[in-house]
Design a protein around this ligand. Structure first.
Ligand code: ADP
Ligand code: ZN
Length: 519
């Protein structure tokens, strides 16, 4: 291990390995295969860079992210390590030049995209080299169809095992539940690889999820205590990205937009500013962030619901990489659910794929309506057990109240049923509160037995209740029809009186604003 430590100090300028790094490096430097699960920011790069330097020959790094490859090459360059990235922007002549330097043994690290590596000519080229140090497969979860980043090219990487039997392979990822892990091992032919699992907990991140009421106001309330901090605000649509960036700028928070629809130069310029200047807010679609290494991002906000917990974890994980306190804040509402379900229904893809996506969305919703520790729930999703509530998330510190919603839930379900399972929340609430407006009269719903039975609750209470019913799968949005609510099989036991229903009580807007200011 002494040699590894020397390299760590002499080349990279660090004093000690972190977490599993030393064990992983030991394994790979010794010629063994490894499957590494480590959260973003955990220090995965050193896990192949150090063994790459320790071993004779070229180290080949496969990554789907060009930006990330370029970053790493630049960093290695500065450290005086010979590294290049092969990508499609290079001319044929430049590529030949690189090949020549590789052949002469002048290059230590070769970064390339998977589709590049598996080209017969490339494989042939590599096989002719006298010695390869290792293969590193970054973002290994891309091989999983269960994951949200599936890349068919990754499937072909399995052949490396047979083509290069003596060369150690290390697969790395920051997102993999048990199931994805198995898929990686199987598809990349890494069944024999030693597994290194790091905890995914990010203890310095404070998690907060609020019901969406007046989202911009809520966002401002959250930001009020964070003036001058750098952060990311995620929105679902490009249009919303631009609107929110403008809004924040007008409110005195320096904000930049980022989405795939902006001209390349502007996008690159905004990204550069965000990385190099202090205290900027990047308002972005999920196009922003992969491979961004800015340690002092103090908060990540979600103005819209991510479509899975994997996405939520990745995106919030960009906060607080320096280990100092950071916040993950989200506002979510029924509209988000309807919208994502609609996208899902309209998406291409077979039934199996849709079922998986649906399952992932359900898990995301469950986290939003969670009444216990959010961190415990989040880690549990990644098959990790946190023994005690964390004391550092909203549900832990706010002392979330629950209430027995059995009776109102029955009334709400019955309003859905009696009105023909065709109406949206607004109309259903009008029925429950007994409001005789035009739409009610036109449908004759003032004569329904449920008309006006819900006056004990406020409009806000009812909206919350409907959101929670949908989130828990007790009611569903009819996407073929007009987007009205309908009953699901799952609600029958409740209607029959066989079970009760405990729901989390939403904080009132003022309480919520106060709470997020003080976290
Ligand atoms: P990942 O790929 O897991 O997201 P990186 O490899 O990019 O993480 O590392 C994240 C940051 O941590 C980088 O700035 C890196 O230089 C730093 N880092 C990694 N390992 C160490 C270490 N042993 N000591 C100090 N800094 C480290
Ligand atoms: Zn907690």
């Amino acid at each position: 291990m002494f040699a590894a430590l020397r390299i760590l100090k002499d080349v990279f300028g660090y004093d000690a390995f972190r977490g599993n790094q030393a064990a992983i490096i030991d394994r790979v430097a010794g010629g063994g295969d490894a499957l590494v699960l480590m959260p973003t920011g955990g220090g995965k790069s050193l896990c192949y860079q150090v063994p790459g330097l320790l071993r004779e020959g070229l180290a080949v790094i496969v990554s789907p992210l060009i930006a990330l490859m370029d970053d790493q090459v630049a960093t290695l360059d500065e450290l005086g390590v010979a590294a290049v990235a092969l990508n499609s922007t290079l001319s044929a002549e430049e590529q030949r030049g690189i090949a020549e330097r590789v052949r002469r043994g002048e290059i230590k690290f070769l970064y390339l995209a998977p589709e590049r590596l598996v080209q017969p000519r490339m494989l042939d080229f590599l096989q002719r080299l006298p010695q390869l140090a290792l293969f590193a497969i970054d973002e290994a979860h891309c091989v999983s169809q269960w994951g949200h980043d599936f890349r068919p090219e990754y499937l072909q990487l399995g052949q490396l095992a047979e083509l290069f039997p003596g060369v150690p392979r290390i697969a790395l990822t920051a997102t993999a539940d048990m199931r994805t892990r198995e898929e990686i091992a199987q598809r990349l032919h890494l069944q024999e690889a030693e597994r290194f699992l790091s905890s995914f907990d990010r203890p310095n991140i404070f998690y907060r999820i609020q019901p969406k009421d007046q989202p911009r106001k809520q966002l401002l309330a959250f930001l009020a205590a964070r003036k001058g901090d750098a952060g990311i605000v995620y929105c679902l649509s490009r249009k919303k990205v631009e609107e929110v960036a403008e809004f924040l700028s007008a409110q005195g928070f320096p904000a930049l937009p980022y989405h795939a629809g902006l001209p390349n130069e502007l996008r690159a310029y905004n990204q550069k500013r965000f990385l190099n200047e202090e205290g900027l807010i990047m308002v972005a679609t999920i196009a922003f962030g992969m491979g961004i290494d800015k340690p002092n991002v103090r908060f990540v906000c979600h103005m819209d619901l991510p479509k899975s917990l994997e996405a939520y974890y990745q995106e919030t994980g960009r906060a607080g990489r320096d280990g100092l306190p950071a916040d993950a804040w989200m506002a979510y509402g029924l509209q988000d659910v309807v919208f994502l379900k609609q996208m899902l229904a309209n998406s291409e893809g077979d039934e199996r794929h849709k079922r998986i996506e649906q399952h992932k969305l359900d898990a995301m919703l469950a986290l939003c309506e969670e009444t216990r520790c959010r961190r415990q729930a989040l880690l549990a999703y990644f098959d990790e057990v946190l023994e005690k509530p964390c004391g550092h998330c909203d549900t832990c510190v706010d002392n979330v109240q629950t209430w027995d919603a059995t009776e109102p839930a029955r009334q709400a379900l019955s309003a859905i049923y009696r009105s023909g399972q065709r109406y949206g929340v607004g109309h259903l609430v009008d029925i429950l509160l007994g409001r005789e407006n035009d739409k009610i009269r036109a449908s004759g719903h003032q004569h329904l037995p449920v008309f006006g039975i819900g006056k004990a609750l406020t409009e806000g209470d009812w909206r919350t209740l409907f959101r929670q019913l949908v989130a828990r799968g007790l009611a569903d949005v009819d996407l073929e029809g007009y987007g009205g609510l309908r009953l699901t099989d799952a609600c029958r036991p409740l209607l029959r009186g066989e079970v009760t229903l405990e729901l989390r009580r939403d904080l009132k807007p003022q309480q919520a604003a106060k709470a997020s200011g003080s976290s």
